[in-house]
Design a protein around this ligand. Structure first.
Ligand code: HEC
Ligand code: HEC
Ligand code: HEC
Ligand code: HEC
Ligand code: HEC
Length: 339
């Protein structure tokens, strides 16, 4: 065999080997991609068929009653979104999102084309592109899904910030005020106040109770949460009622742009008749929301007060501008009698 022939033979064999490897790699990739797609589809089907619910009943019950489960069916949301002509690109993507581990943690979520009524479902926060469930370290395995330990679940704001901290959607941003506050310097994270720690079996097929967190996400619809949001102090000096507010909330207060906190100060005669009433509204609309840890003092003129009058200060929470008065929630109340 001459050199030229040998050369061409080597080239031919190499190309052949290379081609085979290429085919094997491609086929393998395609199979794996199909496998992943299949697992993702199975997770959606399992969610629909009640599989997550049957193995994680406690977590399911908590989630089901949370606003995350109602993020799509929520009437307040639907009424607001109806007013927006391009809601599919401007609103819906966070209220019925695709799994954020698939679209990218921190990136703007994408609108889901199925199971929209499930809002921010289990899959939105936990399912990855391989069909596995991501979370903090697990204590048991299951045939139904693979478990992947992922640090984002124990980081302060990474996961939540994907929807609660998009720069382009300041109306729904609780993260930046948190990050600019003293809360961010310690061990506090969003979950500290919104997902209380609980030790329990994390599934019906687990053998060992481990520390996890409740999936309740109590917010402004929880009276207990609202009572923790701020403190109120009332004083009376030189014909003025001094009201001191201190925010205890981990972010701007009220946290949402639809909400209003009303500070109401009244003066009552000894027989209970109302002699004076003043109100201050704290809201995004008035651009006077409280920052985390902020102390703020308001002085109310009470020059005509006389001995025996009672001054009453109340902090009241209004969910939306349309919330009727009987449904306003009392956050704090203080009274004093003029000596
Ligand atoms: C970046 C994700 C994101 C986008 C985009 C988004 N939202 Fe939201 N939305 C949220 C989050 C997170 C909350 C809960 C926190 C809050 O109220 O700020 C929320 C809450 C709401 C609420 C309050 C619901 C209630 O029951 O009180 C309304 C109303 C609302 N969104 C309407 C809209 C409308 C209308 C649009 C489009 C113009 C929109 N949202 C776009 C994430 C988003
Ligand atoms: C056959 C029972 C079973 C089913 C069905 C099931 N799981 Fe699990 N899951 C488990 C077990 C067991 C664990 C590990 C629990 C532990 O750590 O003790 C687990 C862990 C998890 C974790 C944490 C993973 C980690 O690494 O931290 C998530 C998230 C999760 N499951 C979500 C789901 C969702 C969503 C569904 C429905 C699509 C589902 N599971 C269906 C049994 C199940
Ligand atoms: C995929 C998007 C998304 C992620 C991720 C997300 N949320 Fe939400 N969250 C929402 C939406 C949308 C709403 C508003 C639902 C509504 O009121 O219609 C909401 C509402 C809330 C509420 C208000 C509940 C109420 O009763 O008013 C709290 C509290 C909350 N989320 C906390 C968190 C925390 C803490 C995390 C991180 C562990 C988180 N969220 C992650 C989208 C998300
Ligand atoms: C808004 C995002 C979000 C949604 C929706 C969500 N989870 Fe979680 N899940 C978390 C976070 C954050 C943790 C980590 C809590 C911790 O620090 O232990 C977690 C932890 C878990 C764990 C591990 C045990 C634990 O508490 O740490 C399981 C199991 C789990 N989730 C299942 C589910 C199931 C089932 C659903 C639906 C019914 C669901 N999750 C919905 C955010 C979410
Ligand atoms: C120190 C406790 C604390 C921390 C930390 C905290 N929150 Fe809150 N959060 C509250 C309280 C109290 C309320 C109720 C008052 C209000 O409506 O803002 C609340 C309300 C909310 C609401 C409902 C707002 C509305 O208008 O309905 C959302 C959404 C929320 N928090 C998300 C977050 C996210 C995201 C983080 C992390 C960046 C976080 N929270 C950290 C205490 C906390």
């Amino acid at each position: 065999m001459n050199l030229k022939a040998m050369y061409w033979r080597i080239v031919g064999v190499s190309l052949g080997v290379f081609g085979c490897v290429l085919i094997i790699v491609t086929v393998n990739r395609t199979l794996r991609a199909e496998d992943n797609t299949h697992r993702v589809t199975e997770a959606y089907q399992g969610f629909q068929d009640g599989k997550c619910k049957s193995c994680h009943p406690a977590i399911w019950r908590e989630w089901e009653n949370s606003m995350h489960a109602k993020a799509w069916v929520d009437e307040i949301y639907q009424a607001a979104a109806k007013q927006v002509p391009d809601r599919e690109t401007k609103c819906d993507q966070c209220h019925a999102p695709q799994p954020i581990l698939i679209t990218g943690v921190g990136k703007m979520p994408k609108l889901r084309d199925k199971q929209r009524e499930a809002g921010v479902s289990c899959l939105v926060c936990h399912l990855d592109a391989h069909g596995a469930m991501n979370g903090p370290a697990a204590s048991a395995e299951t045939y139904f899904h693979a478990n992947v330990t992922n640090p984002i679940y124990t980081e302060p704001t990474t996961l939540c910030g994907t929807c609660h901290g998009q720069q382009s959607v300041p109306e729904h941003d609780q993260v930046s005020s948190f990050l600019n506050s003293k809360f961010a310097e310690g061990d506090t994270r969003c979950a500290t106040c919104h997902m209380p720690v609980v030790t329990r079996l994390q599934s019906t097929t687990s053998h060992e109770s481990i520390k996890g967190r409740k999936h309740t996400w109590r917010g402004s619809r929880s009276v207990a949460q609202l009572k923790r949001a701020a403190t109120l102090q009332l004083g009376y000096v030189d014909g003025k009622a001094d009201v001191k507010l201190r925010s205890k909330t981990g972010h701007i207060l009220p946290g949402g742009t639809l909400r209003t906190i009303v500070l109401e100060v009244t003066r009552l005669a000894p027989d209970g008749t109302e002699r004076q009433k003043q109100q201050i509204s704290i809201s995004a609309k008035n651009e006077n929301r409280l920052l985390p840890n902020e102390n703020r003092t308001y002085a109310f003129d009470m020059a005509s007060a006389t001995t025996g009058d009672t001054i009453k200060a109340r902090l009241i929470y209004q969910l939306t501008p349309d919330t009727p008065e009987p449904k306003w929630i009392l956050m704090a109340e203080k009274m004093l009698m003029i000596p």
